[in-house]
Design a protein around this ligand. Structure first.
Ligand SMILES: [Zn+2]
Length: 310
């Protein structure tokens, strides 16, 4: 029976979950629920908000007199911090069931490379998104979903699908979320660095809010793609499964950008012409917790259902 081989490593399969065969070792890993992942996600969101608060307060109190290259360098350093915080949290959470750090870093870099080599040139130089996306509401929503959303989510998907996904290191449903988050943070880091450089340096206090919003959003929507990737590897799925996952992530991504634009501009009070970036941070934190919470809950439920049906 050629089909009875482990879907992770190709050894003879001994057990089945979700119509896929697993060897004994990978049967054990496929059943793991990784309860720590949820705690790490909450800690990450809290950690990023605290980071924003610290930088904002320091900027307010110290008023660093940075200009030119110094200001750009400070901005670029700040842009690297969200991904660094995630990696540190991940490292501590992951000590029990370690994921190879080289793969995590590799996927992060791949997300960053695809963003700078493909994503940003497509959005800026090919579609010239900034010229038309804010002309009216329909352009904002459709452009955010169909152009920006799909390009970003597809590239983050590609960073996982064509690297670690076929390997035996991708041996748990949660791995999809972990690797996709790494790709999302790579993408976010490049977007934030590009923002700093394009503006020739930025006001550190207010732009750190924006940076964390971008990091949280890119990580959350990549998480959706990662969930679909994880199930695609360990269950037999129809041809529409992955396109549906990417579409969901792209729609979430696009709607988030549209909504953020509205609440940052108007605030909840709807007072005219007051922009408040803090509302964007609140929105991003809530979206990240809800999205990641739902994904991890679905994975857990799915593992339990599959084992009960076995
Ligand atoms: Zn195996």
């Amino acid at each position: 029976m050629p089909d009875q081989v482990c879907c992770v490593c190709g050894d003879p399969g001994v057990s089945m979950i979700g119509r896929r065969w697993f060897c004994e070792k990978h049967f054990q890993s496929a059943k793991r629920e990784r309860p720590h992942t949820w705690r790490t996600s909450i800690l990450l969101v809290v950690g990023l908000v605290v980071f924003v608060g610290i930088v904002y307060a320091l900027d307010l109190v110290l008023k660093p007199a940075l200009t030119g290259t110094g200001l750009i360098l400070a901005g670029v350093l700040l842009a690297l911090v969200p991904a660094f915080i995630w990696l540190v949290f991940f490292y501590f959470q992951d000590r029990l069931e370690p994921e190879p750090k080289g793969y995590i870093l590799g996927v992060f870099l791949l997300g960053a490379i695809l963003a700078s080599a493909v994503g940003i040139p497509l959005v800026d130089n090919f579609f010239h998104v900034s010229n038309w996306i804010f002309t009216d509401t329909a352009a904002t929503i459709l452009g955010s979903i169909l152009v920006v959303g799909f390009i970003q989510e597809f590239l983050k998907y590609a960073a996982v699908r064509y690297s670690v996904y076929p390997s035996a290191e991708f041996d748990e449903a949660t791995d999809g979320v972990i690797y996709a988050t790494a790709a999302g943070l790579g993408y976010a880091t490049v977007l934030n660095i590009q923002f700093v450089i394009a503006n020739g340096g930025v006001a550190l206090g207010s732009s750190v809010i924006r940076m964390v919003v971008v990091a949280l959003a890119q990580a959350s929507f990549a998480g959706i793609t990662g969930y679909f990737l994880g199930r695609a590897k360990f269950e037999k799925k129809a041809w529409w499964w992955m396109p549906a996952g990417l579409t969901l992530a792209a729609v979430g991504n696009g709607l988030f950008n549209w909504l953020r634009g509205i609440i940052v501009q108007r605030g909840i009070s709807l007072t005219a012409a007051s922009t408040n970036p803090w509302w964007g941070l609140v929105l991003a934190a809530v979206v990240a917790i809800i999205t990641l919470g739902m994904i991890l809950w679905l994975i857990r439920r799915n593992i339990r259902t599959a084992l009960a049906e076995k």
